[in-house]
Design a protein around this ligand. Sequence first.
Ligand code: PMP
Ligand code: GLN
Length: 383
Amino acid sequence: HPRRPRAFGTTVFAEMSELAARTGAINLGQGFPDQDGPDSVREAAVAALRAGRGNQYPPVAGVPELRAAVADHQRARYGLAFDPEREVLVTAGATEAIAATLLALVSPGDEVVVLDPAYDAYAAAIALAGGVRVSVPLRPERGAFRLDPAELRAAVTPRTRLLLVNSPHNPTGTVLTRAELTGIAELAVEHDLLVVTDEVYEHLVYGVEHLPLAGWPGMRERTVTVGSAGKTFSFTGWKIGWLTAPADLLGAVLAVKQYLTYVPAGPLQYAVAKALRLPPAYFDGLRAELADRRELLVAGLERAGFGVFRPAGTYFVTADIRPLGERDGVAFCRALPDRAGVVAVPSAVFYQRPELGAPFVRFAFCKRPAVLRAAADRLASLG
Ligand code: PMP
Ligand code: GLN
């Protein structure tokens, strides 16, 4: 059994951003906004730096202001109550939250059930923990990638320790429905499984509601919920994330996390605390802006001849290249900068069974409208 999965090579995001830089192509590969988040949040970081707030090691669990802001956000938005002292942990991005959680909760040989496709850091974190990745496919049908609760159930064995879920989902843009989430929750309770739910795109939903898994009956005590300022406030370079979990689980995660990074940047934690208290208009505005950009990219991809899965969430669109007479997304993405001056990510890299993802490619739409229009014009020449 290989100790070092493919995810330990160069990440696809680094490779594709490098390709964009080298060829001058428009980068719709790596998911990062091409405009920074709110000035008030940036200025809060500057103010914290100047005032000497957080310039020395902050508390290992995160600055109290940020832990309180995360708890208040979960209560105000979802009616979920977490004790900021014992049930909120600040991490170096969602990436560290996921890695520390799996290292803390998964023992060698434990099975971890994940969706296929899945964000690439999951496979690496499972492997680091010595766990076994067991995948349940999201099936492309009628315009969206959907989870079959029966297939999920069939993946659970006596060795299953944990379900690792992600909604809104990268790379497909799927937002799990109430029925799908109920299926996950019932299964977890029935088999007494732990659940890690990556909800970094919680605010990026279009015409549907984000429903946190921790809100289902019997779930709060077994669920670790992961969030990130990178997505919600468009500061992906800050790497401030967090998790909420019952105190016993959180204590186990903290014991690992203290030896990974100890803490992430102090002054930025104060700024994110302020950001989480922005008025609802901020979150609505972000969503409305991205909804428009989603339409721009979807229309452009349809015009270019792709089969398009219109995403209900995230800032990614999955496109099917078969209508263009193509089959291999990896080859397609390698050639795309030369053929059309655009960079996309082959979905196959997110799959445990890459053949399931071969005909799909992922485009990011967290870019200025002019950039999306230019990309759409370039792609129109593919046909
Ligand atoms: N989870 C998902 C689903 C993501 O898409 C990303 C970032 N693209 C992360 C986690 C990592 O977030 P962070 O940058 O906060 O570590
Ligand atoms: N999560 C981002 C994406 O899916 C990239 C993060 C990274 O580059 N590590 O594009």
